[in-house]
Design a protein around this ligand. Structure first.
Ligand SMILES: N[C@@H](CCC(=O)N[C@@H](CS)C(=O)NCC(=O)O)C(=O)O
Length: 204
């Protein structure tokens, strides 16, 4: 079986959880990283003019969470139990909602507009989403989002919290997650200490 994952050339975003899952699962794949400069040439060749795109023996799959579920199952990082699978999906879908709130601000050219939008999110949407996610984590034993073990949900939340803590989100305090959802920071640190996650970022 040949696997190719096409996504943008940075260590984050919607393609990163599947990259991490394949690394952890020891699944060989072609890591097709698209530089922004060449994206306009490639865009129209993708089904929805968006990334990530997964190809399995030439068959194409879109939608990041569908990709995460497929790769998660293949890498043994997705629950078998239907309820635990639903909890895993729920956490990943919450991350999609949060991503969809943040993304429009990437394209705001007016800095005042961007600042106002980000400050508003920091006051309302971020505490709501992160706080509720923290509640779920705590209700489920405070270690993992589903199945009492590492799953693709943990990887997707990890990637988001890594972004919040990177300082790359202008006008949002780098300590916001520590303030509104400290258990998510503890979760982030735990996943970050996972030996294969460490090895991955040492080599990427
Ligand atoms: N629902 C899709 C959304 C995909 C999406 O919005 N991808 C963004 C990057 S994370 C993209 O391709 N942006 C570039 C563009 O739209 O030209 C998914 O979950 O995969």
């Amino acid at each position: 079986m040949t696997i190719k994952l096409t996504y943008f050339d940075f260590n984050g975003g919607r393609g990163e959880p599947a990259r991490l899952a394949m690394y952890i699962g020891g699944i060989e794949f072609e890591d097709d990283r698209i530089a922004m400069e060449i994206w306009p040439e490639r865009k129209m060749g993708t089904p929805f003019h968006q990334l990530p795109v997964l190809e399995i023996d030439g068959k194409v799959l879109t939608q990041s969470n569908s990709i995460n579920r497929y790769i998660g199952r293949t890498a043994m990082l997705y629950p078998d139990d239907p309820w635990q699978a639903a909890l895993c999906d729920e956490a990943m879908d919450i991350m999609e909602d949060l991503t969809n709130i943040i993304v429009p601000t990437f394209f705001m050219e007016d800095e005042n507009e961007k600042r106002a939008a980000r400050e508003e999110m920091a006051k309302n949407a971020f505490p709501l989403y992160l706080g509720q996610l923290q509640n779920y984590l705590q209700e489920r034993g405070n270690r993992y989002f589903a199945d009492d073990r590492l799953t693709v949900a943990d990887l997707k939340v990890f990637v988001m919290i890594r972004y919040f803590k990177s300082g790359l989100m202008d006008y949002v305090d780098v300590n916001l997650v520590d303030e509104v959802a400290p258990a998510l920071v503890a979760h982030f640190e735990r996943v970050n200490e996972h030996s294969q996650i460490k090895a991955y970022y040492d080599s990427h």
